[in-house]
Design a protein around this ligand. Structure first.
Ligand code: SF4
Ligand code: SF4
Length: 275
């Protein structure tokens, strides 16, 4: 959770239905499925419940116990730190964020106990704030009310831009925030976001995230071997990469393109009903 708000949409904590804590490392684990991520967040939230007394000793004991484990073999990409002070910040467990934030401790800022320290945590705004347009940001904020998917999607600039661009091209005008509220539209757009967890052609294993393959402490983009298959790059290349696609054959690539095409057709029809 960031204290200051300098942007039109506060992507970290946009509303009461969801929030993001991706830069605190919640997905940077070999097992970053919903269940495992939730269990780690709950582990921290229960121990650091603001109603219990968050003494320096208690925070230090939590760090000693979990910081090495969360940043050891369980980690996905070594270069990114996984913070042990991230959890659910509301009783409904809809919003994730910083358990040391002053909003949870009657104004007391406890973030000096963290690995990054108060100033870095408070002042960090990820590239999505600057690289996504306000309309692209609203495209995600208005169509997702699920903390797990929200954090995965709002930080995936290629996926958001790729879907937004294709839909806007089909509609012949830029998708506007006001069109995103009808349930049918939200549901069709959510199909794309759900692929962050269910995309059938995504790479197996835990040496990747989004479009990146991790090689030690380096990363490179996952390749799609168009040349090998005598194909020109897919019109959906950006989307395919963002979903971590790892095709074993040209037939799989063709099937993936058909899947996107169908979802685009359905979304386009849902929008068409509005005009
Ligand atoms: S990844 Fe970006 S949107 Fe998410 S919590 Fe960090 S700064 Fe906020
Ligand atoms: S201390 Fe910093 S890195 Fe840790 S949860 Fe809070 S904001 Fe995130």
């Amino acid at each position: 959770m960031k204290t200051r708000m300098r942007f039109p949409i506060h992507l970290c904590q946009p509303d009461s239905e969801k929030s993001c804590a991706a830069c605190c490392g919640i997905y940077n684990f070999r097992d970053n499925g919903r269940r495992a991520v939730r269990q780690r967040l709950l582990r921290n939230s229960v121990f650091l419940d603001p109603r219990s007394c968050a003494t320096a000793q208690r925070l230090a004991s939590h760090s000693q116990r979990w910081r090495p484990r969360d940043n050891g073999d369980a980690k996905r990409f070594q270069t990114i730190f996984n913070c042990e002070f991230v959890g659910f910040v509301d009783v409904e467990q809809r919003r994730v964020g910083c358990l040391l934030h002053p909003a949870l401790h009657d104004g007391r800022d406890l973030r000096q106990c963290s690995f990054y320290g108060k100033d870095l945590c408070d002042g960090h705004f990820c590239p999505s704030y600057l690289s996504l347009t306000e309309d692209e940001q609203a495209f995600v904020v208005e169509t997702l009310d699920d903390w797990y998917l929200y954090g995965l999607v709002i930080t995936d600039i290629d996926l958001v831009k790729g879907i937004y661009q294709h839909l806007s091209d089909r509609l012949g005008r830029a998708v506007a925030r006001a069109w995103l509220r009808p349930p049918t539209v939200r549901s069709r757009v959510q199909t794309f976001w759900q692929w962050k967890a269910t995309w059938p052609y995504r790479r197996k294993g835990s040496d990747w995230f989004g479009k990146y393959l991790f090689v030690g402490d380096r990363y490179e983009e996952l390749p799609i071997p168009y040349e090998l298959w005598g194909r020109s790059p897919s019109p959906y290349h950006r989307i395919l990469c963002a979903l971590g696609s790892d095709f074993r054959s040209l037939e799989e690539l063709d099937a993936a393109e058909r899947l996107i095409e169908t979802a685009m057709d359905q979304a386009e029809r849902a929008f068409d009903g509005l005009f």
